[in-house]
Design a protein around this ligand. Structure first.
Ligand code: ZN
Ligand code: ZN
Length: 250
């Protein structure tokens, strides 16, 4: 499995785009989140929307769902296709009512299912999306009163999406579930408030830090290179194989 962040920036980053990912297996491509900048980034990567087999959404913020209207319209008009949409069952109604309906609704199209092949996921249950690709949504804390999910991929790769600092969860993933690679959102300046801050992440034991790749960072990230303990910044648009992301032996 390979992974390529089409963006690694924080919600308001202008340099690194929204924190969205392409996950590749031999014959399947999954887009994790589709923010405002996703269509532009995919265009720059020369990646036609038709090559994306499914989208998975973690939560409803524009840097994670703001590109879905364009995605839906272009798939319908350019390719006459409904993209497969994996989303937590709890978010199926809100993503239509609160985010997409305003732009997408017209005479004969009145519901999410008119644009997407919707496949609701239940948190805590691992689902096989394709050969060599399983995902499990984990509800994690991000914004009070808003449901948000991280993703556990292939039972060893934790993709935080957006979450507050949660050291107990990270420790349990590593100790109890054999997690080898963590992509973690990172607010460079404290306090983190709705994300883990770099300062908080630096309090983690080295055995956890060496599994962490930092994403969802602000435009001044280069000022922090060399100041991230055992953690490393992931680069936008670079394709990483899973094996090169593992930096630990145990
Ligand atoms: Zn975000
Ligand atoms: Zn968010």
């Amino acid at each position: 499995m390979d992974i390529q962040m089409i963006g690694t920036g924080s919600a308001f980053s202008k340099r690194y785009y929204n924190n969205n990912a392409l996950v590749y297996t031999d014959d399947f491509t999954l887009l994790i989140d589709c923010g405002v900048t996703a269509p532009t980034s995919l265009h720059q990567l020369d990646k036609p929307l038709s090559e994306i087999d499914a989208i998975l959404i973690t939560h409803i913020h524009a840097d994670h769902v703001g590109g879905l209207e364009e995605f839906a319209f272009r798939m319908k008009f350019q390719y006459d296709r409904k993209p497969v949409l994996y989303i937590a069952d709890t978010l199926v109604q809100p993503i239509w009512e609160n985010t997409l309906k305003g732009g997408l609704v017209q005479n004969e199209w009145q519901q999410l299912e008119d644009f997407f092949e919707v496949r609701p996921l239940q948190a805590g249950i691992s689902t096989q999306l394709a050969a060599g690709l399983t995902v499990e949504l984990m509800e994690t804390p991000h914004i009070l009163g808003k449901q948000s999910y991280s993703v556990y991929i292939n039972d060893h790769f934790f993709y935080s999406a957006d979450m507050r600092f949660n050291p107990d969860l990270l420790a349990s993933l590593v100790q109890d579930r054999g997690c080898t690679v963590i992509f973690h959102d990172c607010q460079l300046q404290s306090p983190g408030v709705v994300h883990a801050s770099l300062e908080e992440l630096l309090t983690l034991p080295e055995s956890i830090q060496e599994r962490i790749w930092l994403v969802h960072y602000a435009d001044d990230r280069d000022d922090y290179i060399g100041r991230t303990g055992k953690m490393l910044f992931l680069d936008q648009h670079q394709v990483y194989s899973m094996s090169e992301l593992v930096r630990t032996n145990g």
